[in-house]
Design a protein around this ligand. Structure first.
Ligand code: ATR
Length: 283
């Protein structure tokens, strides 16, 4: 029941109409018995400073931040968490008495998904497909998880070089350059938008011999439930998971920061089931 004590949190971005964040956060509040509502505000490029000033005056407790504001909001924050600073992008803002502090729970969400899957990449060279917006947090998380180096395969080599070429641990290759990756048994994270609904038949790499190199994989896409990329990894004997838990865990990590609370495993399991029903319909 909304009352005078109800806290407010929201997503800011443009566009925001199709976001699942309100669904996830309001479900978590209900399960955890937290008096808070979560909505979404469309904030145009250039308006983030004004929006945050007003939000601070209103005492809005926290925000998630999405495209195009993950970087441009940083100058308006009073403090940055070290992970957010390392990546140069935020997805979570929390109210403090001086202003908003920025965090990046895309990183912690991805790390939690990898750990819960039991994937251990310490000391390994791993593969990342893609160099778009999602790749920044994923790459940072891969090194936080102890990867020794990352092969970054992208359609546009130049774009990947510009973004990630200065770190000598990275090796940038075109998508068909996978033949230079020796041996097998690799962990791979799929961060391109190839295969995203409704283009469900698309894969970033067609050649079946690529998939023989992979024994563990995460596709950060969560719709469809099983992407063509995941199907091919499995067909060649590997294990593959989708990005639904990354979405859920980044929200859980933000929720914990907003409300300075823990979230029970039972609540997470309930919200995961609701989210699956929402995204995929009744199975
Ligand atoms: P952003 O995430 O920055 O908005 P995007 O256009 O959604 O960017 O693309 C995300 C990633 O998917 C990029 O690495 C993109 O490759 P380019 O950098 O070469 O554009 C990749 N991508 C999108 N469609 C693809 C496809 N059909 N095959 C392979 N890679 C693709």
């Amino acid at each position: 029941m909304i009352n005078g004590g109800t806290g407010v949190c929201a997503l800011i971005g443009d566009p925001v109409a199709h976001t699942l964040s309100p669904f996830i956060h309001n479900s978590l509040s209900e399960c955890e018995g937290i008096n808070s509502v979560y909505t979404a505000f469309r904030v145009r490029r250039g308006d983030t400073g004004t929006a945050l000033k007003g939000a601070f005056a209103l005492g809005i407790r926290g925000f998630n931040v999405t495209v195009p504001h993950k970087e441009d909001v940083i100058p308006f924050l009073c403090e940055l968490d070290p992970d957010a600073k390392g990546i140069g992008a935020v997805n979570t803002l929390c109210l403090t008495d001086k202003g908003y502090k920025g965090y990046n729970t895309d990183v912690s969400g991805f790390i939690r998904e990898i750990r819960e899957c039991g994937f251990d990449i310490r000391g390994e060279r791993v593969i990342m497909l893609g160099a778009g917006g999602a790749a920044n947090a994923v790459l940072y998380a891969l090194y936080s998880l102890g990867a020794e180096g990352v092969y970054i395969l992208n359609r546009s080599v130049q774009k990947a070089e510009e973004k990630f070429g200065s770190d000598k641990r990275n090796r940038i290759l075109p998508l068909d350059g996978f033949e230079e990756i020796e041996e097998e048994g690799y962990f791979c994270v799929q961060c391109t938008s190839a295969g995203l609904f409704p283009d469900t038949g698309t894969v970033p790499i067609e050649d079946e011999s690529f998939y023989r190199k992979i024994d563990r994989a995460v596709d950060i896409i969560y719709n469809p439930y099983e992407t063509e990329f995941m199907k091919r990894v499995k067909r060649n004997g590997g294990r593959a998971v989708n990005g639904l838990d990354m979405l859920l865990f980044q929200a859980v990590e933000s929720f914990k920061l907003f409300h300075d609370t823990l979230v029970s495993e039972e609540s997470i399991a309930t919200v995961r089931e609701r989210l699956k029903e929402r995204v995929y319909g009744r199975q």
